[in-house]
Design a binder for this molecule. Structure first.
Ligand code: NA7
Length: 554
């Protein structure tokens, strides 16, 4: 970079977008490192995903002990999860508690959206426009918007004419939704639909599920979390944290050591039985090659298909619910409580949209090619514009007014999943190109936040006021991310990982599939090499005085 623009005063060192788990830790870490910070949150409270996803049955598919911050031993000791897999209300309560414990709320503006943020090249700052009509100037823009916050309702013809109640799982109302005695439709059988369907079935007079693609779902076998498990998690925090960081999944448990086909049929089945009865999504890690070898994967898929056939009474329904045309785990694996058995209830029906496609939403319900249905309520469990949507839905503009949506029109490009060429001084926590959704997202968040803040400290120490990556660094990272994805079975299914669920979205595998451990190492190497792949600009004197001004207000 040739020019070294003079920094101008800023309102804060960093503006963080979002106050979910990523935003909360970013605020804390930035403040701890003496950066002034303002966070903008569209919701009325902290929690992000867990603030919005209030649908019946919403629950985390990562075990509570792992789905917790690890950066502060006191937080680990003083919060006691009640269940093995925490429910949405409990996780939201945890986020609220953390915000209070660390006094984070004073840095957050709630019920406010970032509408636009533009990089000012003359001052190396971001000017952020928010829905309250205010503008905030910050040296750094840090996105903590999450990967699954831009909900998607497909534009079904007639949608606007429907006169009943309409809900999306990811924007479930904050008031009570009474489904008792109602005729309810659920469209979508991904993780959200699969969690919601058994709970909705308990309330509704009649439930009709509209399925386009069947999913593999594994029993959660949720249960109370025992006191000794909590005590062990506290006592062994250091070890747990190290293990989580040095394994691909970010939960301290990697893939099994054996290849699936190295065992005879009976031993392989015993292993699958063990995982199936233990519950949770670790079933897909039972063998070392389930994510990379189609033949090995077929064995696991067949095992689950057999289970579906034994749980579901009606053979035709079982057949519709059985995935056959993609490997297990290639779409995000689902974890459920009583999903398949719900279809044995006489008041629950399944419509196979592959056989009977949805034509229109009518004023009273849904019309498919062969049938018409009346509903009091339609629930869209139709997912998200994953990974890129939360970012491109804001009007983010880098150098020369370049819009992020234009830069990413052919798929996301960035460096390490954390920084973008032409968008200096901007960082994305768990952005595309990082492990994020393929690992324990809390471990991913902690790693990203720590890396970003350390980078900012490095800049302060060296009096740099601008950091930017290059198109070349981006290209090499994107090629690396794609090369890893091509070696996995993820590319053998249509999924939101590839943007398949959003019409017109370029098909690119977005997350980094090389494992959190390898990713961490790569990030650490780059930092140690003075942030190889980035360039810095700085004016010692003015950069220092700007920081001093803003620190005074923190
Ligand atoms: P998902 O996993 O994207 O699931 C969305 C579901 O909606 C899935 O079954 C889709 O079928 C279905 N869908 C989407 N568009 C349509 C249309 N046009 N017609 C019919 N059906 C449709 O979203 P979730 O909210 O369940 O889960 C998202 C993530 O949250 C999950 O992976 C976890 O990480 C947590 P399709 O499979 O596309 O045929």
């Amino acid at each position: 970079m040739s020019k070294t623009p003079t920094p101008s005063p800023v309102d804060c060192d960093a503006l963080v977008i979002g106050a979910g788990f990523a935003g909360l830790y970013a605020i804390h870490k930035l403040r701890e490192s003496n950066f002034s910070v303002t966070a903008i949150e569209s919701g009325g409270d902290v929690g992000g995903t867990w603030y919005w996803n209030r649908y019946p049955g919403a629950r985390c598919d990562v075990e509570s002990i792992s789905y917790s911050y690890t950066f502060d031993p006191e937080l680990v000791e003083n919060w006691r999860w009640s269940e093995r897999f925490a429910s949405q209300p409990e996780i939201l309560e945890y986020a609220r508690w953390v915000a209070d414990e660390l006094d984070l709320r004073r840095s957050i503006t709630f019920n406010t959206r970032v509408d636009k943020a533009e990089y000012d090249e003359t001052s190396s700052t971001w000017l952020v426009h928010t829905s309250d009509g205010l503008q905030t100037r910050a040296r750094f823009l840090i996105s903590a918007v999450g990967c699954l916050s831009a909900e998607s309702i497909p534009q079904f013809p007639g949608l606007q004419t429907y006169s009943g109640e309409v809900y999306h799982t990811g924007r479930w109302p904050h008031h009570d939704v009474n489904l008792t005695g109602k005729r309810v439709a659920v469209i979508g059988t991904g993780s959200s639909g699969i969690q919601a369907i058994p709970e909705i079935a308990k309330q509704a007079a009649h439930l009709t599920v509209f399925q386009r693609t069947p999913n593999y779902s594994l029993p959660a076998r949720n249960r109370p979390l025992y006191a000794d498990e909590h005590a062990d998690a506290v006592k062994n925090l250091g070890k747990r944290r190290d293990r989580a960081r040095s394994c691909p999944t970010g939960i301290g448990i990697g893939f099994g050591l054996n290849e699936a086909l190295s065992l005879n049929d009976m031993d392989r089945r015993d292993t699958f039985d063990r995982y199936w009865h233990t519950g949770g999504n670790l079933f897909v890690t039972a063998f070392s090659d389930l994510a990379t070898n189609l033949t090995a994967n077929h064995e696991a898929a067949e095992y689950v298909r057999e289970k579906i056939a034994t749980i579901v009474d009606d053979p035709k329904t079982a057949q519709i619910l059985t995935p056959v045309d993609y490997p297990i785990g290639a779409k995000r694996i689902c974890v459920d409580t009583d999903y398949y058995s719900t279809f044995n209830s006489p008041h629950v029906d399944l419509v196979d949209l592959r056989e009977d496609p949805l034509e229109t939403i009518t004023d009273v319900g849904i019309k498919t090619e062969h049938n018409e249905f009346d509903f009091d309520v339609i629930v869209f469990a139709t997912g998200y514009d994953g990974m890129t949507g939360p970012l491109t839905r804001m009007d983010l503009r880098g150098r020369g007014g370049l819009a992020l949506a234009d830069k990413w029109s052919n798929g996301p490009t960035n460096y390490l999943g954390v920084a973008l060429a032409e968008f200096p001084n901007m960082f994305t926590i768990t952005g595309p190109g990082s492990p994020s959704v393929l690992a324990n997202v809390i471990a991913s968040i902690e790693q990203h936040v720590e890396w970003i803040v350390e980078c900012m400290v490095y800049m302060r120490r060296n009096s740099f006021h601008e950091i930017e990556t290059s198109a070349r660094s981006e290209q090499s990272w994107v090629e690396h991310v794609n090369a890893i994805a091509e070696r996995t079975l993820y590319v053998h299914a249509k999924s939101w990982y590839l943007g398949d669920n959003i019409e017109g979205k370029t098909r690119v595998f977005m997350p980094y599939a090389g494992g959190l451990n390898n990713y961490r190492e790569k990030c650490a190497e780059i930092a140690t090499a003075n942030y190889e792949g980035f360039s810095f600009a700085g004016d010692k004197k003015s950069a220092r005085s700007t920081t001093a001004t803003t620190l005074a207000s923190s």
